[in-house]
Write a protein that binds this ligand. Structure first.
Ligand SMILES: C[S@@+](CC[C@H](N)C(=O)[O-])C[C@H]1O[C@@H](n2cnc3c(N)ncnc32)[C@H](O)[C@@H]1O
Length: 333
């Protein structure tokens, strides 16, 4: 999964920037329109204000893709508070050159406050109060595929066979990190039960935690808490591929040409954060979280509704659209 998505030349995300949106492979909440960024900006300014309006603060956006969400956040943030905007460094860690270039172009109007980084570790030397966040990033972190056989977990790993190409191979689990990640799952699974597990949440969060002296992490994504994720009835796990808005379940078909994703185990993320000194402060549906975040905006609109923005709000919050499948996880230190 790591190679299929992130190989610097052949990986799915390294090959272009057209994956997100109508002409691409999948939609995200960012494709709905600028409202998500606008509401995030409101929340971020409130954080800055409640932190005592520090003279320097930082927003770190992960998985910024072509920079659209960053532009939406920054445009609204500038409108809401010139002081917060002046004090802000908006950092975008992005190892893939093709995406760094796209972000640079989209964010040219905000060049004074945007800092492009190849590696998020560069921020650790100068931690600031602020926020680290991402939309649909955790689900794109590589995962292990696991299968319950004869009373224990095995790993479904990928072998390269000269005649058949990539094939599946069931292996004993030797990786101690994977063993540790599977321990809390228990042992009440039907034979052949398949799922996924990530061992990378800690390594993903650790440099972000070092980049912030205090503040908030916010992850918007699809996923479950552990008991629901590993419910015995979810026998085939959540791994999916996407191409041209069609979901598939065979990640070995055309690697590098398909998006590969698996749901997020929010319990595992919160535990990884806790080990870094951060605490979960909220886990709510995106619908509930955005409705709360939008309260001032909704009140300001009373009597003068903005039809286009309200349509976006409904798409982002309605349970039958993006409101219930997506969750907002807040972590705090
Ligand atoms: C599904 S896309 C979401 C793009 C965008 N946030 C949106 O909502 O439209 C996932 C993005 O996460 C990025 N990503 C994956 N692992 C990452 C990591 N360790 N650090 C930063 N970005 C990462 C990918 O390169 C990709 O751009």
């Amino acid at each position: 999964m790591a190679a299929a998505l992130y190989h610097p030349e052949a990986g799915y995300y390294a090959r272009g920037i057209r994956q997100v949106g109508r002409g691409g492979d999948f939609f995200t909440s960012v494709s709905v329109g600028p409202l998500l960024g606008g509401l995030l900006a409101r929340r971020f300014v409130r954080e800055w204000s409640e932190a005592g309006k520090p003279a320097r603060w930082r927003i770190v956006e992960c998985g910024a893709h072509d920079g659209t969400l960053a532009a939406d956040v920054l445009a609204e943030l500038g409108r809401l508070s010139a002081a917060a905007f002046r004090a802000l460094e908006y950092a975008i860690p992005e190892p893939l050159p093709v995406l760094r270039q796209a972000q640079g172009e989209t964010l040219r109007p905000f060049a004074d406050c945007v800092r492009h980084l190849a590696d998020v570790n560069e921020l650790a030397a100068d931690p600031l109060p602020g926020i680290a966040f991402g939309n649909e990033v955790l689900d794109a972190l590589p995962c292990h595929l696991i299968e319950w056989r004869d009373g224990q977990w095995c790993e479904r790993s990928v072998a390269l066979d000269e005649a058949d190409g990539f094939t599946w191979r069931l292996m004993a689990i030797n990786d101690p990190r994977l063993r540790a990640a599977l321990e809390p799952l228990g042992s009440a699974f039907p034979e052949g039960y398949r799922s996924e597990a990530r061992t990378g949440y800690h390594d993903f969060l650790a440099p972000l935690a070092r980049s912030l002296s205090s503040g908030l992490m916010l992850w918007l994504d699809y996923g479950f808490e552990r008991p629901e994720y590993y419910h015995p009835a979810r026998r085939e796990g959540t791994l999916r591929t996407f191409a041209r808005h069609r979901a598939g379940d065979d990640p070995l078909r055309c690697p590098g040409e398909l998006d590969i994703t698996a749901h997020v185990d929010f319990t595992a993320v919160a535990e990884a954060a806790e080990a870094l000194g951060w605490q979960q402060s909220a886990l709510r549906s995106q619908g509930a979280w955005l409705t709360e975040t939008a309260r001032d905006w909704l009140l300001e609109m009373e009597g003068k509704p903005q039809a286009a923005a309200l349509r976006q709000f409904k798409t982002l919050t309605h349970p039958a659209q993006l409101g219930r499948a997506f969750q907002a996880l807040e972590l705090r230190r």
